[in-house]
Design a protein around this ligand. Structure first.
Ligand code: FAD
Length: 302
């Protein structure tokens, strides 16, 4: 049977999380649905270490800490991770569909921000069958002295290379160009880091669902013979960024955003959009405006 909630919030970035906290603090019946495996939206994904200084009432807080502060207050049974909403059907009872489940609610808050995103894959055979190819690291306490191959040339790849080469002497950084896209100074003091430029992944050797080594291929001009190097690994960390997929619900749009009423933030009967996904004149895509939008909507439906 379709489960009914008073309020459903779609998207667990700062806007959706803030709204869910308001529901939780007021004892309202709600469900928060987030497409990815982490709460916080752009904050942990795009700028986890940045100090945020422009949220009213908070002097300074790291982006990832703000996201977890909001997420940690929520009760586990009130949230769904790894669940993407694929369709919304307005009506007296609003229907919210994911690929496997269907819910209904009295009020719907869409807080899908810049949309959902999935990590860009490494592009080798068996990539999704092995357990030791990962796209982010929440914890690197278990990685002391492990053999780690990091792929990517942006700031995240360079940051990981710097951190991980402090706990292991067996870290390789592989990038497809001769120059990094991120700030190469990050790794200038990492004397034990093996850097391979310009190389791309060629194939992995697999044993018992684990990649045991990855062979990389030199990027050369046409007609020249590339070098191949096999790197033994315990872990492969891929930092190729994300493939973004914009919100595609059937409401009036402004590009990939949803057009809302600029004072009530509504888009249909009992359906509201807040945060980055909401579009109105002079809209600012920052956290503080999304808090103000959430407060306004909460006052309407409470
Ligand atoms: C580099 C950078 C630095 C920034 N610095 C600041 C700053 O210092 N201060 C500031 O105020 N703002 C800053 N911003 C802007 C701020 O990050 C955004 O305004 C804020 O993240 C918007 O929050 P949101 O919840 O609306 O959207 P998002 O953060 O985009 O979160 C949306 C969430 O919805 C989920 N989602 C999407 N589609 C679905 C679906 N169909 N089903 C379920 N879930 C879905 C996504 O997975 C995501 O978790 C910065 C942005 C960037 C890129």
């Amino acid at each position: 049977m379709q489960k009914h909630y008073h309020i459903i919030i779609v998207g667990g970035g700062p806007a959706g999380l803030y709204f869910a906290n308001k529901c939780q603090n007021s004892g309202l019946d709600y469900l928060l649905i987030e497409a990815s495996d982490t709460f916080g939206g752009q904050l942990p994904r795009l700028y986890p270490e940045k100090d945020i200084v422009d949220i009213k009432g908070i002097d300074v807080i790291k982006a990832k800490d703000y996201a977890s502060k909001l997420a940690n207050n929520l009760k586990k049974e009130k949230v769904l991770l790894n669940t993407k909403v694929v369709d919304i059907i307005p009506g007296d009872k609003i229907e919210v569909k994911t690929s496997a489940l269907s819910f209904s609610c009295d009020y719907l808050i869409i807080a899908t921000g810049l949309g959902s995103s999935t990590p860009r894959p490494l592009g080798v055979d068996h990539e999704f069958e092995v357990k030791n190819i990962v796209y982010k690291l929440d914890d690197y306490s278990q990685l002391k002295d492990k053999r780690i191959a990091i792929f990517g040339g942006g700031d995240s790849a360079l940051d990981w290379a710097k951190h991980l080469s402090k706990i292991s002497n067996n870290v390789s950084l592989i990038h497809r160009r001769l120059e990094f896209r991120g700030n190469a100074d990050t790794i200038k003091d990492c004397h034990n880091l093996a850097v391979y430029l310009p190389y791309v992944p060629d194939h992995i050797d697999v044993e018992k669902n684990k990649a045991t080594s990855i062979t990389i291929r030199e990027v050369v001009e046409e007609g020249k013979t590339p070098k191949f190097i096999a790197i033994p690994v315990d872990l492969i960390l891929v930092n190729y960024g994300n493939i973004a997929e914009a919100t595609n619900f059937n409401f009036e749009k402004d590009g990939s955003f949803l057009k809302v009423n600029s004072t009530t933030y509504s888009i249909a009967k009992n359906i509201f959009a807040i945060g980055d996904v909401a579009s109105y004149e002079n809209k600012k895509r920052r956290i503080q405006p999304s808090i103000e939008e959430a407060d306004a909507v909460f006052n309407i439906i409470d």
